[in-house]
Design a protein around this ligand. Structure first.
Ligand code: GDP
Length: 423
């Protein structure tokens, strides 16, 4: 065995070679089975001015008409004056895997004369979802936690070809610490490839300049080349230039595809040469859905929770002294840390108990099976013994074993060596 100190130089890690199959290599399958049984919850938010194709894209992504076609508002209709938050939930299933999908739409965003505060109701909504999660976590029965937190936010950028607008920057700046931001260029079919490339470069420069953090596909050490290449390929397309369509159209060569038909040809949604839709879907659904959920839970939610609890602690104590007192602050941080540890411990205990129970019932079952086998074998042996005894009895009482007259003298001699037993 090899003793290694970890990075922090504490608690040595002991590496041992296993002498036989223990079984935890099967853990991924166990986790997989359990998650498939329970199903997944995923919440995606779409933000952007109306008419940028948000509903169409969601329908295209999940291949389901989640959003019914929108009726344009009649001119006389009273237009709402604030950003609304609307969510639609759907249970969808693919190859036996259930996904409870919630899409949060934010109609009204960017649609007013003054859009200065458009981001505010959205931040409030995201935080209230964190609040509800925290409240559930603090309950005694934490088994049935419903995770309504927003796991990804698709931000639709108008295909202007210029650079980001003030409202885009403001929104992303306010939201990037609360949600996984995925910027997309809406209706990319209205721009040429060259325009898209330039626009992307300008958007990325703006994002970097304002130190906005957008979601990046994580890469891990020891990752295989294929996965790394895939992550790089996806990253290279951000912000995704997308085209949405939930209609099937016919191409010039007679194929039926999801796309948009123009006098000069068809733009295919699922064709990587035409737009980045496939890569966006890969990021959001096929490859990184779990990472988006994890990052929401481990980083965004945890940071929000710490900030909230700290601010509550500080607010409770009105003395300025405490606010600037590092000892009090450390004490608070310690309490938070301990609470987190306690939570983790409780979770681990629960998992451990579950595993022990499973193991016990399995052991019991195999014990019963062993008994049954033992019984069967014993019965078979008893029967065999009975049969043999029967045969023996028959031989002893039946045919004479001495040779008849006229038989081969050699055989007679060999029989003579084995005298007939006396009964
Ligand atoms: P929302 O208000 O953002 O939800 O936008 P909708 O999804 O209702 O789309 C508004 C209009 O834009 C509809 O007529 C769509 O057919 C059209 N549309 C949606 N996606 C695209 C796209 O990628 N390209 C083009 N050219 N039009 C689109």
């Amino acid at each position: 065995s090899l003793v290694q100190a970890n990075n922090a130089g504490v608690s040595p890690v002991i590496r041992k070679k296993l002498m036989g199959y223990v079984g935890f290599a099967n853990l991924p399958n166990q986790v997989h089975r359990k998650s498939v049984r329970k199903g997944f919850q995923f919440t995606a938010m779409v933000v952007g001015e109306s008419g940028l194709g948000k509903s169409t894209l969601i329908n295209t992504l999940f291949n389901t008409p989640l959003y019914p076609p929108k009726e344009p508002l009649p001119p006389s209709a009273e237009r709402p004056k604030t950003v609304a938050i609307e969510s639609i939930g759907a249970d969808i299933e693919e190859n036996g895997v259930r996904l409870h999908l919630t899409v949060v739409d934010t109609p009204g965003f960017g649609d007013f004369v003054n859009n200065d505060d458009s981001w505010r109701p959205i931040v409030e909504n995201i935080e209230s979802r964190f609040d509800s999660y925290l409240e559930q976590e603090n309950r005694v029965n934490r088994l049935k936690i419903v995770d309504n937190r927003v796991h990804a936010c698709l931000y639709f950028i108008q295909p202007t070809g210029h650079s980001l607008k003030q409202i885009d920057i403001e929104f992303m700046r306010r939201l990037h610490t609360r949600v996984n931001l995925i910027p997309v260029i809406a209706k990319a079919d209205t721009m040429t490839d060259e325009e898209i490339a330039d626009f992307k470069a300008r958007i990325l420069a703006d994002i970097a300049h304002h130190k906005i953090h957008i979601f990046e596909a994580p890469t891990y050490e020891n990752e295989d080349e294929e996965t790394l290449a895939e992550a790089e390929e996806i990253a290279s397309k951000i912000p995704f230039a997308i085209v949405g369509s939930d209609k099937v159209v016919e191409t010039a060569d007679g194929r039926e595809v999801r796309g948009r038909s123009y006098p000069w040809g068809v733009i295919e949604v699922d064709n990587e040469d035409h737009c980045d839709f496939v890569k966006l879907r890969q990021m959001l659904v096929r490859t990184y859905m779990e990472e988006l959920r994890e990052h929401t839970n481990d980083v965004l939610y945890e940071n929000w929770r710490t900030e909230k609890l700290l601010s509550m602690g500080v607010a409770q104590d009105s003395t300025v002294f405490r606010e600037i007192n590092p000892a009090a602050r450390m004490q608070e941080e310690r309490i938070l840390h301990e609470a987190k540890l306690a939570k983790m411990e409780a979770e681990m205990k629960m998992v451990f108990q579950q595993k022990v129970q499973e193991k016990e019932s399995k052991l019991k079952q195999s014990e019963e099976e062993l008994y049954a086998r033992h019984r069967e074998m014993k019965e078979a042996l008893d029967k065999q013994r009975g049969d043999l005894e029967d045969k023996k009895r028959k031989i002893e009482s039946g045919r004479p074993l001495t040779p008849e007259k006229g038989t081969n003298p050699k055989i007679a001699a060999s029989f003579a060596k084995f005298p007939r037993p006396q009964c």
